[in-house]
Design a protein around this ligand. Structure first.
Ligand code: GCB
Length: 597
């Protein structure tokens, strides 16, 4: 759906001013002929504490008609909330709020004939209904993927009213379900924009190296008009490429071009400026090219074995106790990963913002991106497949041109069952069809044990390119033998990532590493030393990813002295201080670099 390209254009703009009138002005006239209005800033809100209803009046913007008429809501003089932003960290009374809030915003985008207007949401947690000028535009479920509506038919020239009912209740049939180990932030948590496009426009494109090739570009450009023989020109000036291709009867032009390119890698994260144009439309993106494959138990980047030195993080800034939403938030999280020595990040447990993904790619970080199919999912409920599939497609749609992403992950810690296998099988097939170029994984935590052996047997692994194990040895799971004597065995000739390991420590809490004095930095430090001793003995290991970069807020964590609503498995504390385990991981990654030299 081409959301990616809008972002690229917006990304180079000066920061939006928050005053209403200024927000409404045209922010950018794209050099490629596309205009954008950014609707970030202060939105008026009505908190619907009891989900009272009366929605019809709000949606129609009903005003009192006479003396004996009254309306029991008003946005005039209402409080405001900043968009993008979670509501929990903006007002103390909303910290634990799980319910509905109405958001309203006025805008004027100067409607022109022959143009279409696309309303883009980067992310709304967890679900919303969207109305323009009293008419319902659509609904969206799932807090972490972007979505778009064509609102041309509802627009008026002059002032327009955009209204959202946003709800963040946890539900048993949602993804994630009712219980999950992170904070349930609600609100319009990512940017909102309107893009003006010509009637016949470039609606999407996919340009990457073909699977298995380091010199052949493949992909397609999709136009909104589903008819043939329209010319589409692709230019990558820095690689001397300029080629015109033509649409088929579905409005899609295929790309298959030989190219001599400098390949993207963590050491040299090269991106090329790519321009796509048609008779009426034109846009630009920055795209990198690399190959990613599996050979036996190795992961190959650009044809060479690579070890993934990873870390996971939530989209949260612990110091602010809020969801990460800005460029500086993304920089904070990603530069900590770089400082640790990572070449890889696991974006846990859901697609994070587009700016995080783009920044990681520019910094040379490979990425694992996943949808929040996290424990406790109702796989027997048919609505789950539909929701998971929508999320998977929205994730791939947005990020398929980001070469930094090497793995799509389908799920995290799902118990094996026929119903689970049926859903994951469909999703694996859909992911491969939507994007044949990347690797597919799923993080599992159910293993078989035989004395000092850990056995990977989950039959769904047959459908994965990369095996991923969340294994908390020394924390949730006692060591069956000395760490160096644990033997991992796999029924599958595939690479393994230890996608989670670690344990909790309260920063500044000290004690002996050897006794069961949990929650100390020394115990966590020892646990890292022991796990690394185990890693060294896994012959098919292709990467590791400690859980987790920083302590994060979680109502799951109820220990009165050590947790107080925080998951303390961070290598960094909630204030960003380094715990002792940080240095163990840092030196482990450094020693690997030295081995390679
Ligand atoms: C896991 C989950 C992760 C939790 C973590 C923990 O296995 O994947 O979301 O936060 O364990 O701390 O228990």
């Amino acid at each position: 759906i081409g959301i990616a390209c809008c972002f690229w254009l917006i990304g180079v703009l000066p920061a939006a001013k928050s005053q209403d009138a200024e927000d409404r002005q045209l922010l950018h006239s794209g050099d490629a002929g596309r205009q954008h209005w950014m609707l970030d800033g202060k939105w008026q809100v009505a908190v619907d504490w009891y989900d009272k209803g009366g929605a019809d009046e709000i949606i129609r913007n009903k005003q009192p008609a006479g003396k004996a008429d009254f309306v029991e809501y008003s946005f005039d003089n209402s409080e405001t909330l900043q968009v993008p932003g979670d509501w929990n960290s903006q007002r103390p009374e909303l910290k634990y709020y799980e319910g509905s809030i109405w958001y309203r915003r006025r805008f004027d985008c100067g409607v022109k004939p022959g143009k279409r207007y696309l309303l883009d949401f980067g992310g709304v947690s967890n679900r919303c209904d969207v109305f323009v000028n009293g008419e319902k535009v659509g609904s969206h479920e799932g807090g972490f993927t972007s979505f778009r509506f064509d609102i041309t038919a509802m627009l008026r020239s002059g002032e327009n009213l955009l209204l959202l009912k946003v709800n963040n209740e946890r539900r048993v049939d949602a993804i994630p379900a009712r219980k999950f180990d992170w904070w349930n932030y609600g609100g319009i948590t990512r940017s909102v924009t309107i893009t003006e496009v010509p009637d016949v426009h470039i609606s999407d494109y996919f340009i990457q190296l073909k699977k298995g090739s380091r010199s052949q570009l493949g992909g397609w450009v999709q136009l909104s008009a589903r008819d043939s023989k329209r010319a589409v020109t692709l230019e990558i000036g820095e690689a001397g490429i300029r080629k015109t291709v033509y649409t088929d009867t579905l409005g899609r032009a295929s790309i298959d071009i030989a190219a001599a390119l400098t390949l993207w890698s963590p050491e040299n994260p090269r991106l090329y400026r790519v321009r796509i144009s048609t008779e009426q439309d034109c846009l630009q993106d920055e795209i990198g090219f690399r190959s990613i494959e599996v050979s036996g138990t190795q992961i190959l980047l650009n044809g060479k074995p690579v070890f993934l030195k990873g870390v996971s993080f939530h989209e949260e800034i612990a110091q602010r106790q809020g969801r990460a939403f800005s460029e500086s938030d993304a920089r904070q999280l990603l530069s900590s990963a770089r400082e640790l020595g990572c070449n890889f990040v696991r974006l846990a447990h859901y697609p994070q913002s587009e700016q995080t993904v783009r920044m990681a790619e520019r910094m040379g970080l490979m990425m694992w991106e996943e949808i929040p199919v996290w424990q406790g999912i109702q796989f027997t409920n048919p609505v789950i497949l539909q929701r998971a599939s929508t999320m998977l497609h929205e994730m791939i749609d947005r990020d398929k041109n980001r070469c930094g992403i090497i793995i799509w992950s389908l799920s995290n810690e799902t118990a094996p069952s026929a119903a689970r296998n049926a859903v994951l099988t469909r999703m694996a097939a859909e992911a491969r069809q939507a994007d044949p170029t990347r690797l597919i994984s799923s993080a599992f935590d159910a293993f078989k044990y035989n004395k000092n052996e850990i056995l990977i047997k989950d039959s769904f692994s047959l459908q994965l390119d990369v095996l991923a194990a969340n294994k908390y040895m020394g924390w949730y799971h006692p060591w069956p033998a000395g760490p160096g004597n644990v033997v991992w065995k796999s029924d599958f000739n595939k690479p393994l990532i230890i996608s989670e390991f670690g344990g909790e420590a309260l920063y500044g809490n000290h004690g002996s590493a050897d006794t069961a004095s949990l929650w100390t930095e020394e115990y966590q430090e020892r646990l890292y030393i022991d796990n690394i001793a185990m890693f060294d003995k896994i012959p098919f290991l292709a990467g590791v990813c400690p859980w987790v970069l920083a302590d994060f807020r979680s109502p799951f964590r109820m220990h009165a002295s050590f947790q107080e609503g925080w998951n303390r498995k961070g290598l960094l504390s909630d204030r960003g201080f380094k715990k002792k385990a940080w240095f163990i991981m840092y030196h482990y990654y450094k020693s690997m670099d030295e081995k390679i030299k």
